[in-house]
Design a protein around this ligand. Structure first.
Ligand SMILES: Nc1nc2c(c(=O)[nH]1)N[C@H]1C(S)=C(S)[C@@H](COP(=O)(O)OP(=O)(O)OC[C@H]3O[C@@H](n4cnc5c(=O)[nH]c(N)nc54)[C@H](O)[C@@H]3O)O[C@H]1N2
Ligand SMILES: Nc1nc2c(c(=O)[nH]1)N[C@H]1C(S)=C(S)[C@@H](COP(=O)(O)OP(=O)(O)OC[C@H]3O[C@@H](n4cnc5c(=O)[nH]c(N)nc54)[C@H](O)[C@@H]3O)O[C@H]1N2
Ligand code: SF4
Ligand SMILES: [Mo]
Length: 569
């Protein structure tokens, strides 16, 4: 097949949503795709080279695709649909991945709600502005100063960073990340004290006459927000956040008379009250006028990438939803897992494994991951080069288009083709034609987002981790790293600690939390605050320690609502 000049969307769960192109038979970054600008990252290369599943497995025995589909159908006909669960992860973020959900919704399975990712923060921003939509990326390019708050900006959105890397940065993060080292100012705050920092900054903005009167007067809730900010003595803010008043003054010196942007990440919202913490930060941003595009650039979070598009796969008839963070697989007779690796990525690994052992598990994915160990039936999904798709982005407004470069291997199937097969077998109707769906996403322009309301937060109650923390306990930080994409590719299983802990590089320790325990090998680094420990996403032990309860409002996970202690063996 001549695939020259055909584009390929990077399928990976990442802000950048890059697009590749085939040139003389080789896959390159597309120079014509604005955020990609001709470059691809090591995770994309790893995704091209991944060891793709080629053969379905039933009880660890190789079978044909046809046999696997027969087993699936037979099972679906014999289980009670009320006792079945459909669980989708974010291994591939193409829009066609949602087709299967529409089958399981019609079939009567329980679906999941909430998120393992950005749910709390999204809920908070929705409460202030109505929708979670980023300004056009071009506005970020206009900023003089970019505040990077709880986001590993240069690592987790390396292409967006590349577009603005010469700007002045301020980073707010307990970890000295790459972007923190590149920043004019790094506020190394204590974890889960971001709302207090936001309130302290609000007070200082007022004292320095830097609030945006025009914006605040438009929305009458701004006064209540300011009252909230005044409700505590400054000195107690300083102690709680671990950020000095000198640094706060420096913050305002840097942004004074500058065009400012805020890029906000997952770090601030991995807690029980993640929604309100985020809302507090967004309210501070509004107070400063960052949402006022005539003065400043705006605020970027993980936007709702489907905003302004009509859903092409109908899942509305599904009534039963379980919080993704709280799923107990053992409660279901039949579980279908698509594009996920809950054994590593979902909270509380021990509970996940016990659950999977007690259910009939079907896994549909591209690679043999940790969850496959507990699957009864494995159906290989064909790779992203072997199916057509479109990717919408949660980082910027550009889509990327995936053409079929190769034919699928004999015993693999795309998510859409499996959906179609199941619709036909069960005599369901209502599935749109593949081409019609693709054409819709290719040709439609998202309805434009008009930002016409802002509700400042006027009350907030937080259970402080610092009040619960015992002398011998640490904050548990878990975040992304460069060489892996969540649980895929080059996994780092180390526990990172500050040398002040007096532990030795390479020593083995056991971590214990309220929710579980696990052993790790230690790596020492000055980049981690002395009161924190850090495990990267994909670390096979990290989630033995995390809580499986949902957050306050958004049915979502809260990986860092936990304290840990260290034991020597
Ligand atoms: N290379 C690479 N890129 C990725 C991914 C990947 O695995 N690898 N994953 C993708 C996915 S799924 C997502 S959702 C995005 C997420 O990307 P980001 O939004 O960057 O999220 P994280 O890396 O989880 O955490 C960001 C930062 O928050 C900090 N942090 C932790 N706790 C706190 C706190 O209490 N307050 C503050 N202010 N900061 C805190 C952490 O130290 C970390 O530096 O990245 C995507 N991009
Ligand atoms: N400790 C800790 N845990 C975390 C996080 C953290 O920072 N720390 N981050 C959280 C976040 S932000 C997220 S988004 C989640 C992610 O958690 P998950 O959504 O479970 O994602 P992954 O663990 O990356 O697993 C993705 C799997 O998708 C499969 N896959 C890849 N491409 C395709 C495809 O085309 N089709 C199909 N059917 N399957 C495919 C691969 O087999 C891969 O193993 O993890 C969360 N868990
Ligand atoms: S930066 Fe993200 S979207 Fe771009 S190629 Fe790498 S993983 Fe894919
Ligand atoms: Mo995520």
């Amino acid at each position: 097949m001549n695939s020259n000049n055909k584009t390929i969307a990077c399928p990976l769960d990442c802000y950048d949503t890059c697009e590749a192109i085939v040139v003389d038979g080789k896959i390159r970054g597309n120079k014509g795709h604005f955020p990609t600008d001709g470059k691809l990252c090591s995770n994309f290369i790893a995704c091209l080279k991944a060891d793709y599943l080629q053969t379905p497995l039933y009880n660890n025995r190789k079978i044909t695709l046809e046999e696997s589909l027969n087993i699936l159908v037979e099972k679906l006909k014999n289980v009670n649909a009320n006792n079945s669960l459909f669980y989708k992860g974010s291994g591939n973020l193409g829009v066609m991945q949602s087709s299967l959900k529409s089958f399981f919704a019609k079939y009567g399975s329980t679906l999941t709600q909430g998120s393992l990712c950005d749910g709390g923060g999204g809920f908070g921003i929705k409460a202030t502005r109505g929708e979670v939509v980023n300004p056009p990326i071009e506005k970020l390019l206009e900023a003089d100063v970019i505040i990077v708050w709880g986001r590993n900006f240069s690592v987790t959105s390396s292409h967006m960073y590349e577009l603005v890397k010469d700007k002045t940065f301020i980073t707010i993060d307990p970890i000295k990340t790459h972007i923190a080292k590149r920043s004019e100012l790094h506020l190394s705050l204590n974890p889960k004290t971001d709302y207090e920092l936001a309130l302290l900054l609000t007070r200082f903005a007022y004292m320095q006459d830097m609030e945006d009167d025009e914006f605040c007067e438009k929305f009458d809730t701004s006064e209540d927000f300011f009252d909230l900010a005044k409700s505590r003595p400054i000195i107690s803010y300083e102690e709680a956040t671990g950020v000095s008043l000198d640094d706060i003054n420096r913050f305002f010196e840097i942004i004074e008379n500058k065009k400012v942007a805020l890029v906000l990440g997952l770090g601030v919202q991995k807690y029980y009250e993640g929604a309100n913490i985020t809302r507090c930060i967004d309210s501070f941003a509004a107070f400063l006028g960052l949402h006022n595009s005539s003065h400043h650039s705006g605020v970027w979070y993980l936007s709702n990438s489907t905003y302004g598009y009509e859903s092409q796969f109908d899942t509305t008839n599904s009534l039963i939803k379980e919080d993704v963070s709280e799923v107990d697989f053992a409660e279901y007779e039949f579980v279908f897992i698509q594009g996920a690796n809950p054994v590593v990525s979902a909270p509380n690994t021990k509970r996940v494994i016990n659950g999977l052992k007690n259910s009939f598990v079907v896994f549909m994915g591209t690679t043999y991951n940790d969850t496959c160990e507990y699957a009864d039936l494995i159906i290989p999904s064909c790779s992203f080069l072997e199916k057509e798709d479109i990717r919408l982005s949660y980082g910027h407004q550009y889509k990327s288009v995936s053409n079929k470069i190769n034919e699928p291997s004999k015993d693999t199937i795309s998510e859409y083709d499996l959906t179609k097969y199941l619709y036909e077998t069960f005599n369901f109707d209502g599935l749109k034609d593949e081409k019609e769906v693709l054409d819709y996403y290719k040709s439609s322009k998202a309805k434009e987002y008009v930002f016409d309301n802002f509700e400042f937060i006027d009350d907030i109650e937080i259970e402080h981790l610092y009040e619960q923390k015992l002398e011998n306990e640490y904050y548990f930080i878990t975040a992304k790293q460069k060489r892996s994409l969540n649980s895929s590719f080059k996994i780092d299983n180390y526990l990172y600690l500050n040398p002040k802990t007096n532990l030795k590089d390479g020593s083995k320790v056991k971590l214990r939390s309220k929710y579980g325990e696990a052993s790790f090998e230690v790596k020492l680094t000055q980049d981690v605050k002395p009161n924190c420990v850090l495990c990267y996403a994909g670390n096979k032990k990290a989630n033995y320690l995390t809580p499986y309860k949902s957050d306050e409002t958004s049915h979502s996970a809260m990986y860092q609502e936990v304290l840990v202690s260290i034991e020597l063996p």
